[in-house]
Ligand binder design. Structure first.
Ligand SMILES: C[S@@+](CC[C@H](N)C(=O)[O-])C[C@H]1O[C@@H](n2cnc3c(N)ncnc32)[C@H](O)[C@@H]1O
Length: 308
């Protein structure tokens, strides 16, 4: 019988995956529902602050967080994505501090947000003594112009570690070529022949992360991150067997990639978890109701039931 483990060191707790049926964990103030488990991970339905409160100190190897951006998006009744700046930042500080507490020494914290919020978030992380590694710029291919402002064309991905990084792998990416003529897009100043056979070193500007746009590949109407982004993050700062925590499940991109890359994972989503479960079980999601935001997630029918 397979076991899954979510903690390290003396506090290690293993559970038989067969016993991880739908279960509830009573916390001080709230109830967390275990809604799905695999040999590698556990998905809860509830508030990440409750899950974090129940997670032991220094038990997680990597945190990836993609919270709502306070842009007034519709995440359903359970979450109001338009609050006063100070309320949003107060809330952010609570879960950020908790994420740092549960992170093991040398563990990595990736925080994806708008530059506007990642400026105060980064400052807060530094005030907690976290080690700044990078502000990674994720180029957005198709944004919308905003009146009176420059065209916003990137997201920020903060990369901090708790002390010296325990794991760091620098990926190489293929040399960019013109898709019409096949020639190199950049001039390497006469050093083209010295470039490593596996490609060039990754920089902190990522221009090759395409948004998830096609209906057939989407698992929710909006805000789903590309698996390529998570693959890269997990490659850089984790190893097989490490425990990855994502406190904002959404469509479950982090959990799906963690499964594929043999990382353990711990996840939670405040809203509907059905799209995540469909994704992880291979049932798939058909996103049919754009405009309903996450409140429409439960309306995503899976392919099997549609074809039945
Ligand atoms: C931007 S989305 C995450 C998208 C995800 N990275 C993906 O690729 O699908 C943020 C998610 O956080 C959820 N959420 C908001 N507040 C939460 C909380 N307190 N605890 C857990 N999830 C929360 C929202 O319902 C939403 O699905």
């Amino acid at each position: 019988m397979q076991e899954i483990t979510t903690q390290r060191g003396d506090a290690r707790v293993s559970m038989s995956s067969a016993t991880l049926q739908r279960r509830s964990v009573r916390t001080r103030e709230a109830k967390l529902d275990l809604v799905h488990a695999t040999d590698l991970g556990r998905l809860y339905q509830g508030d990440c602050l409750d899950l974090l409160a129940e997670t032991p100190e220094e038990s997680v190897d990597l945190v990836f967080a993609d919270p709502p951006f306070n842009l007034g998006k519709d995440y359903g009744k359970h979450y109001k994505d338009s609050v006063h700046d100070s309320a949003y930042l107060d809330w952010s500080r609570k879960w950020i501090e908790e994420c740092c507490r549960v992170l093991s020494p040398g563990g990595a914290f990736f925080l994806y947000n708008l530059p506007r919020w990642n400026i105060p978030n980064g400052e807060f992380l530094m005030s907690l003594g976290m080690n700044f590694r990078h502000w990674i710029t994720i180029d957005i291919k198709f944004g919308l112009p905003i009146a009176g402002k420059l065209y916003p064309s990137h997201y920020s991905l903060l990369y901090f570690t708790k002390g010296k990084p325990r794991t760091f792998t620098r990926p190489r990416i293929p040399i960019a070529t013109c898709r019409h003529c096949g020639k190199d897009l950049k001039d390497y100043g006469g050093h083209r022949n010295k470039i490593h056979a596996e490609g060039i070193n990754l920089t902190d500007v990522w221009t090759d992360i395409a948004p998830v746009r096609h209906r057939r590949t989407k698992n929710r109407p909006a805000n789903e991150l590309s698996e390529k982004l998570l693959e890269r993050v997990l490659t850089i700062a984790s190893e097989p067997g490490d425990l990855v925590l994502d406190p904002f499940g959404g469509s479950g991109t982090t959990y799906a990639v963690a499964e594929r890359m043999h990382r353990q994972w711990l996840g939670i989503e405040l809203g509907d978890c059905e799209p995540i479960i469909n994704r992880l079980t291979g049932a798939g999601n058909e996103v049919e109701l754009p405009g309903l935001g996450d409140s429409g997630k439960g309306a995503a029918r899976n392919h099997r039931s549609k074809s039945a």
